[in-house]
Design a protein around this ligand. Structure first.
Ligand code: ATP
Ligand code: MG
Length: 568
């Protein structure tokens, strides 16, 4: 125990921020010896879709607390609804949590593991006169529940004898009744101001095949009757969930108090879910985008899913840093998606090798450079990390520059190329524009320059020039398909605009633009998910669609937050 406390103090010193409210609660519980001062958390996804960045926040929180307090964290699939749950989702969830860098060792559980025990507990409640079989329709039950300001109406089945309830529940389990014909309800308080306490449903009949238990069951427990008990069975001490469950907490406690005789209790604590601007964050809506082919699957790089972000080129470190940076809140709020992108840039800046890529090419010919000559220039891979060393980049008489980097009639403050102006070609020489050519439509087709051999990079030349351009040798360039992503939604709050608007109406029609770029030849052999900085352009990552013959890149993020500026 001592060991644990000193360890957590050390970590606190290293990381100067003050405790968040969850940490304060946990430290208080440890101090008071609650649950023998153990800390055991869980991440409880329902396998009905792929995980998104909001789940990542919850994963970092739960596993982070487990690590910080030398405790444990379980992965538990909350699989109580067979009609929506699938093995595909289970596999993707496992992959995503692992990829984020967390380990649940052998503690991978399923609420469905507990169906037998939950059934017995339901019988126990019936025996105690605290649960009954209801035969009215869902609409009637809902009507009788009433409104929070007035007591509801008690069901005519509420006081049926215990033996009758036991018999009917048993027959429900055996499959004698059709779906929806009966439910098991807890007998709590039809006058409670908390609607969740007005005889909530515990079990419903569903003749559906479950992804793990097959056809063993045709009655399934509701979330509220499964979650707290699952926490209990796993020895969870702090059951951290999002704010919408705050109102369920009395029910969470009621079930445990009426079932469990021992002193140990898991404790439910709520925090505010993560919302991001320009993002929808609900599995139901994300599923709608996938099913309706609005995106190319769950791992489309525009999706806020963990698999989408991974394919887009985000790193686990950047997501974990983001989760840490935004902290935990007690009140709902929305985080600027720019904060997430900042965390991604911050990490990629350290780890991504630099390469030259020209995405909108314009040919530049150096008229005084010998034809047929090729110089292999040594250019650093990452100014942030000298240990990465350098790469060889071929330089020759004809190169591509970015079309935007040339203006026929530039303003004075344009420090790039224009008639009579001089710039540095990064890692090579200074070139001065002598002339240029246009086609009939007036588009610039070629730019003619002379170079100054005295200005070779690294030669010690003291001559100065304001602009530096990236470039790629025409003969050596490799073509790549480059997918330029923009926000999937064009409104900051796509979920709630006017309430009635379909969130899909807020989609950005220009969220994907595909172009062909010219990249320096060293890029050859790059593997799926390898990350690079295309100098002056942004961070890019190799898409798994890449084959031997064709390189495909995704733009992860531009170098700067151009979106924020555009919308100011
Ligand atoms: P969604 O509302 O997106 O469909 P969910 O809450 O139904 O998600 P679950 O699989 O039940 O998804 O969630 C697993 C865990 O992740 C829960 O503890 C839940 O509270 C948490 N979680 C879900 N969304 C967020 C979010 N946006 N921010 C933080 N935690 C979240
Ligand atoms: Mg849920």
């Amino acid at each position: 125990m001592n060991n644990m406390n000193s360890n957590s103090e050390e970590k606190n010193q290293g990381n100067s921020r003050s405790l968040n409210f969850l940490e304060s609660i946990i430290e208080e519980d440890i101090k008071n010896g609650k649950n023998k001062s153990r800390v055991h958390t869980r991440f409880p996804p329902e396998p009905n879709g792929y995980l998104h960045i909001g789940h990542a926040k919850s994963i970092c929180l739960n596993f982070g607390l487990g690590e910080k307090y030398n405790g444990k964290t379980n992965l538990r699939f909350d699989d109580t609804n067979p009609t929506k749950e699938e093995d595909e989702y289970v596999h993707s969830i496992i992959e995503d949590v692992k990829w984020l860098g967390f380990d649940w060792e052998d503690r991978q559980y399923y609420a469905s593991d507990y169906f037998g025990q939950l059934y017995e507990w339901a019988v126990k409640l019936i025996r105690k006169g605290k649960a009954y079989v209801e035969e009215q329709s869902a609409e009637t039950i809902s009507e009788q529940r009433g409104v929070p300001t007035r007591p509801g109406t008690e069901s005519p089945y509420r006081n049926r004898p215990i033996e009758e309830n036991l018999g009917l529940f048993e027959r429900m389990r055996k499959g004698e009744f059709p779906d929806g014909s009966k439910v098991l309800r807890a007998k709590i308080d039809m006058a409670s101001p908390n609607m969740h306490m007005r005889d909530p449903v515990m079990y419903r009949i569903l003749h559906a095949t479950h992804h793990r238990t097959g056809d063993d069951w045709c009655i399934y427990p509701m979330y509220d009757f499964a979650h707290g008990q699952s926490d209990y069975l796993e020895g969870i001490t702090h059951s951290i969930c999002t704010l919408e469950f705050e109102i369920h907490r009395p029910l969470y406690d009621w079930f445990l108090d009426n079932i469990i005789e021992t002193e140990y209790r898991p404790r439910q604590i709520e925090f505010a879910r993560l919302n991001l601007t320009y993002t929808v964050m609900s599995k139901r809506k994300l599923l709608e985008l996938v099913k309706g082919n609005y995106v190319n699957g769950w791992d489309d790089p525009r999706m806020p899913t963990i698999s989408g972000l991974r394919r887009r080129g985000y790193t686990p470190e950047s997501i974990r840093n983001f989760a840490d940076r935004i902290g935990v809140a007690k009140r709902d709020n929305t985080i600027d998606v720019g904060v997430l992108e900042f965390s991604v840039r911050e990490h990629l800046n350290k780890i991504a090798p630099r390469v030259f890529a020209v995405l909108n090419p314009l040919k530049l010919i150096i008229t005084n450079y010998p034809e047929g000559q090729v110089e292999e220039l040594d250019i650093e891979l990452n100014p942030e990390d000298e240990t990465m060393g350098s790469r060889k980049v071929p330089f020759s008489r004809e190169i591509y520059i970015e079309r935007d980097d040339f203006m026929e009639d530039p303003p004075r403050k344009f420090f790039r190329l224009g008639p009579g102006r001089e710039v540095r070609l990064k890692g090579a020489y200074f070139v001065k524009c002598e002339n240029y050519k246009k086609d009939e439509a007036g588009n610039i087709t070629e730019v003619y320059c002379t170079y100054d051999p005295e200005t070779k990079s690294g030669s010690g030349s003291t001559r100065k020039v304001k602009g530096t351009l990236h470039w790629v040798s025409v003969d050596h360039a490799i073509d790549a398909e480059v997918r330029l992503y923009d926000r999937l939604f064009k409104t900051e709050n796509p979920d709630t605009v006017d309430g009635e608007v379909d969130f899909k109406d807020n989609m950005n029609p220009d969220s994907l633009k595909t172009i062909t770029g010219k990249i320096e030849p060293g890029i050859k052999g790059a593997k799926a998910l390898d990350k690079f900085q295309f100098q002056r352009l942004g961070y890019f990552c190799v898409d798994p669609d890449t084959t031997e013959d064709k390189l495909v890149f995704n733009r992860t993020v531009p170098l700067r937050d151009s979106w924020a500026k555009k919308n100011k």
